[in-house]
Design a protein around this ligand. Structure first.
Ligand SMILES: Nc1ncnc2c1ncn2[C@@H]1O[C@H](COP(=O)(O)OP(=O)(O)O)[C@@H](O)[C@H]1O
Ligand SMILES: [Mg+2]
Length: 412
């Protein structure tokens, strides 16, 4: 019988390696990526942090038996150029091949020696090649006839003039026969969706925008996908028991707002508690998990909300109710009437026959040095300054029968 895994092998909020047992299929995004890989345009994958962009391309590329390497643009930014990061990747590969070569010589594996020697010779010509071409060549040699892809990940870390210009130059080179004949697909991954607009607006670079294909945004999971993720981890993998699973799963997908990384973070906290509580999931355990998760993942967001709650004002009660209502907003953008509607619905007695002046309340929550929400450039719409604020509002605020709102504590 298979041994039950440990919580940290199941819930891996920051793992760069895809765990196939926990991976939740995202069919339509995967299909878009697969068909884009067959096309000719450079592929852009965008979406907020933690929504699963890196797992998506890794899963799809390995399903497609593609050979790929990831250039980390955060590292490029640190090193001062994308070329320096590409050189790193090629150097690392050469060292790996050299080590493999030495080991094979040592083992005297004569039959494969000739082929090893061949690829070995090929790789050594990189030294004289500029890093981008060396990288493309390396990928094509390793891929053979399969798909080869060079992924530029964490574009948000390189959103500066010089690096975007360098990236543009690399993309232009791809049209040149010398680079094009390696047939390596370029994938650009990052938070901002604005890369196309950026290049359209930049003189001489609009041609690049025409060569980019943006996948639909990678965002939070659907309700079904999020519950599947939790069920895979808590029930199939860790084998916990639970009497009211559906209500517990509904709570977790609500507070985490269905963001994959957050579901893993929450799952990890909950399963650590379950390990010492008879491996049984209860409402009481969920309350403890909320607090532990807030402490692990949402401390900053918690402090921001706390700060707005603590302000000494006569209307603090109403403001706390407004914060509670904001937590219930579902869409990314919202307007005052929507917030007022929720407020009146959730707090019917204390709002009855009273003018609420929600626009003023919202503009207050959007001010100060740590605002909760921000006004969109388009006018009367708002959004959260950080997606974690919505999560913390859901996990930390409770209302009592008198329609007063209180905060729950974080705990270690
Ligand atoms: N399809 C998925 N199924 C299950 N878990 C996922 C999935 N995608 C992402 N995750 C989880 O979310 C975490 C963050 O995903 P990642 O791909 O690194 O996000 P991003 O690159 O968008 O910041 C991963 O470490 C993993 O735990
Ligand atoms: Mg990533």
């Amino acid at each position: 019988m298979r041994k039950t895994p440990r919580p940290e092998d199941v819930f891996t909020p920051r793992s760069a390696v895809v765990n196939p047992k926990m991976y939740v299929l995202r069919q339509s995004l995967e299909n878009s990526l697969i068909s884009a890989l067959r096309g000719r345009l450079h592929i852009v994958i965008h979406g907020e942090s933690g929504t699963g962009k890196s797992w998506l391309f890794k899963k799809v590329l390995s399903d497609e038996s593609a050979e790929y390497t990831v250039a980390n643009l955060a590292n490029a930014s640190r090193l001062g150029s994308i070329a320096a990061e590409l050189k790193n990747l090629v150097d690392r590969e050469e060292t790996a091949v050299k080590t493999g070569y030495e080991e094979e010589k040592f083992a005297e594996l004569k039959p494969v020696f000739a082929s090893v020697n061949l690829s070995h010779r090929g790789l050594y010509t990189y030294g004289s090649m500029e890093p981008f071409e060396a990288c493309l060549k390396m990928l094509r040699m390793k891929a053979g006839v399969n798909i080869a892809a060079l992924v530029f990940d964490n574009l948000e870390a390189a959103f500066t003039e010089p690096l975007l210009k360098e990236l543009a130059d690399l993309l232009i080179l791809c049209d040149d026969e010398r680079y094009d004949h390696y047939k390596v697909r370029i994938i650009i991954v990052g938070v901002p969706s604005g890369i196309k607009e950026y290049y359209y607006k930049t003189p001489h670079h609009s041609t690049i925008a025409n060569r980019l294909y943006e996948l639909p945004e990678v965002s939070r999971l659907s309700l079904v996908e999020a519950k599947t993720l939790l069920r895979n981890g808590l029930i199939d993998e860790l084998k916990y028991s639970c009497d009211n699973l559906d209500s517990i799963l509904s709570h977790i997908v609500w507070v985490t707002d269905r963001v994959p990384q957050m579901l893993h973070e929450y799952g990890l906290e909950l399963s650590k508690l379950a390990e010492v509580s008879d491996r049984t999931l209860t409402e009481d355990l969920i309350e403890q998990a909320d607090s532990a998760w807030m402490f692990q993942s949402l401390q900053h967001a918690y402090a921001v909300i706390e700060n707005h709650m603590n302000e000494r004002e006569t209307r603090a009660g109403r403001r706390n109710q407004t914060l509670f209502a904001l937590g219930s907003v579902d869409g990314e953008h919202f307007r005052a009437p929507e917030v007022e509607h929720i407020l009146r619905k959730v707090f019917p007695v204390s709002t009855k026959g009273t003018a609420l002046n929600i626009p003023q309340m919202l503009s207050h929550l959007a001010s100060g040095d740590r605002p909760v929400i921000k006004r969109s450039p388009k006018g009367d719409e708002y959004s959260f300054t950080d997606p974690r604020l919505r999560m913390v509002l859901r996990a930390m605020l409770v209302k009592n029968n008198e329609e007063r709102v209180f905060k729950r504590r974080m705990s270690r």
